[in-house]
Design a protein around this ligand. Structure first.
Ligand SMILES: *Cc1c(COP(=O)(O)O)cnc(C)c1O
Length: 369
């Protein structure tokens, strides 16, 4: 019998190979077309991505971090402003805030969903110092509690920017993540649910003025061309990445459905084990960017899985308020415990149900021992 293949948290090469013919043809088309930056492919992708999300405008940018930064700037965040976000996220979320010279204020998370707690947000918003914007993260593909967050933010005059880097296609009720706030930021890093073959990102906004500001900011603050109306910068999406994203977008829902079917298998087979499974949520439909288990014994589980060539991920081991770049005095016990306990099992669409079963078998074997 041959050795079982190693399983990883993401497999961008498998994603490429699944679309190789069409991607190669799209690349050849761009190379022959002679437009390499902000051309017809970017324009077409912006239209297609906006149509997929809902009523509004998409603006392609260089990566997810800059999508967050430009979205925050476009809704009015400036140096010295305070932005409420969470600490159990990738550093990029806080980096975007810092890039503006604004200050991240970390909000405690909900103990079961691990996304921003509306109750904790209410406390932060009623605090003495005003919050200019709220930046919830749809972590692991699960949308944050947007109806409650929007209501609180509106009541306190704060803007809302959604970090959608892990939530392409997720929904709350019938409405996509990314269409709730004043703006949303997407990353197309190769391991995301919709990934390019290089860096890429986009801002989505329902308001044309916000989208226009991002369009100007991404290219030297130009409006019109050759006239800078704001201190600009360069954060452009290139034609090759846009063409590749256009090939992959029509398969996003099908690939998310494969992730969901893998997640259902984990939920069925791992029920009742010595760990905490992701909670069921009727309202918020996850796109399973990650399948995050929780256990105080995650180290032993990771070691056992790795010995069988199953490589789980730890996203994210150190909460932002404990990292040197963002260190602050805040106490966030729920966040700290989540960061100490999560481990993310491979759930990407390049895996088969047999791969998922192998992961379940090994975890159940570990639990028995
Ligand atoms: C990936 C990611 C980002 C940053 O995206 P880049 O394209 O790597 O800049 C931001 N926030 C979250 C939650 C992410 O997962």
């Amino acid at each position: 019998m041959s050795e079982p293949r190693p399983l990883f948290p993401a497999d961008p090469k498998a994603t490429y190979l699944a679309h190789a013919g069409a991607i190669n043809a799209a690349i050849a088309r761009v190379l022959a077309g002679g437009h390499y930056i902000l051309g017809p492919e970017v324009e077409a992708f912006e239209r297609e991505w906006a149509a997929y999300l809902g009523d509004g405008y998409a603006v392609g940018v260089a990566n997810g971090t800059e999508a967050l930064e430009l979205a925050l700037r476009a809704v009015g965040v400036a140096a010295g402003d305070r932005v409420a976000t969470v600490a159990n996220t990738v550093s990029a979320t806080a980096a975007a805030i810092q890039q503006i010279g604004a200050e991240p204020v970390f909000v405690e998370i909900d103990v079961t969903t691990m996304t921003m707690s509306p109750g904790a947000l209410a406390d932060v918003l009623t605090n003495a110092q005003p919050i200019k914007a709220v930046l919830p993260v749809h972590l692991y593909g699960r949308p944050a509690a947007m109806p409650e967050i929007m209501e609180l933010a509106r009541a306190h005059g704060a803007k809302v920017v959604e970090d959608c880097a892990q939530a392409h296609g997720a929904k709350i009720g019938d409405q996509r993540a990314g269409t709730w706030g004043d703006a949303a930021a997407f990353s197309f890093y190769p391991t995301k649910n919709l990934g390019a073959l290089g860096d890429g990102g986009a801002v989505f906004a329902t308001d044309a003025t916000v989208a226009d500001r991002v369009r100007s900011l991404r290219q030297y603050g130009w409006k019109p061309r050759y006239v800078s109306v704001a201190p600009g910068r360069n954060s452009r999406l290139d034609e090759l990445q846009a063409a590749i994203l256009r090939v992959k977008l029509p398969s996003l829902d099908a690939e998310n459905a494969v992730r969901a079917s893998h997640a259902r298998r984990y939920l069925q087979r791992l029920a009742g084990g010595p760990w905490q499974l992701p909670p069921a949520d009727e309202r918020a439909k996850s796109v399973w960017h990650q399948f995050a288990l929780r256990s105080p014994r995650r180290h032993a589980m990771l070691t056992h899985l790795a010995a069988h060539d199953i490589h789980a991920g730890v996203l994210y081991p150190v909460p932002l308020h404990h990292q040197p770049a963002y260190a602050c005095e805040q106490k966030l016990p729920v966040t700290e415990q989540a960061c100490a306990e999560v481990l993310c099992l491979p759930v990407h669409p390049g895996l088969t149900l047999a791969d998922i079963d192998r992961g379940c078998d090994e975890l159940l074997r570990w639990a028995e021992a």
